[in-house]
Design a protein around this ligand. Structure first.
Ligand SMILES: Cc1cc2nc3c(=O)[nH]c(=O)nc-3n(C[C@H](O)[C@H](O)[C@H](O)COP(=O)(O)O)c2cc1C
Length: 173
């Protein structure tokens, strides 16, 4: 079920949009949302789909999450990106912050390629991608159910991402 935290229009907004069949990616999304909302941004937590798509042009940042399916993002996440073509021509996502996260089954099972596959569409939109200096360089990555180390990484990344959003949109809030 999509969930939304209380909205405060005086704060920058971050959409955390994800697909999760078994709950692993969802747990990462929840940890990211908590960190984002603890550090001065509004977190909007949604599964990928129409409701998340409607919010995309108005939010300041997007964190996009997917399980690794055959070394790439799951179909609903690819569909979400493909459907975002409607914002492309008008450059509606240019300059917004973006980041990615992933849950995979195995070490070397394609988690990093999944993360990178998601960044491609976001970069083509002109979004500003937040990497990670330590840990999973391309975004938080869990092998199976996220353990305490991965959840801590999600919290750190969520905080770092909030910082990027607040910097990019400092003149608006
Ligand atoms: C269709 C399908 C393809 C998958 N492909 C891979 C894969 O290529 N490599 C891998 O390590 N795990 C693969 N997995 C395992 C999932 O990435 C893993 O179980 C993940 O934690 C599921 O996330 P979720 O609980 O959010 O749905 C696949 C699972 C499914 C259902």
């Amino acid at each position: 079920m999509p969930r939304m935290m209380t909205l405060d229009l005086n704060l920058p907004q971050v959409l955390i949009a994800y697909h999760s069949h078994g709950g692993n990616t969802r747990k990462m999304a929840e940890a990211l949302a908590q960190a984002v909302s603890d550090t001065g941004c509004e977190a909007i937590l949604e599964t990928v789909g129409e409701s998340a798509m409607e919010k995309l042009p108005s939010v300041d940042g997007l964190l996009l999450g997917s399980p690794c399916y055959f070394g790439s993002m799951a179909t609903p996440v690819k569909q979400f990106l493909d459907d975002s073509i409607k914002f492309f021509g008008k450059g509606m996502l240019v300059g917004k912050a973006a980041g990615v996260f992933c849950s995979t089954g195995n070490i070397g099972g394609g988690g990093e390629t999944t993360l990178i596959s998601m960044t491609l569409g976001l970069m083509i939109h002109g979004m500003v991608i937040q990497g990670i200096k330590s840990g999973g360089h391309f975004g938080p990555l869990a092998i199976g159910e996220p353990d305490e180390r991965v959840l801590a990484e999600c919290r750190d990344y969520g905080e770092q991402f909030s910082g990027l959003v607040k910097t990019l949109f400092a003149d608006l809030y």
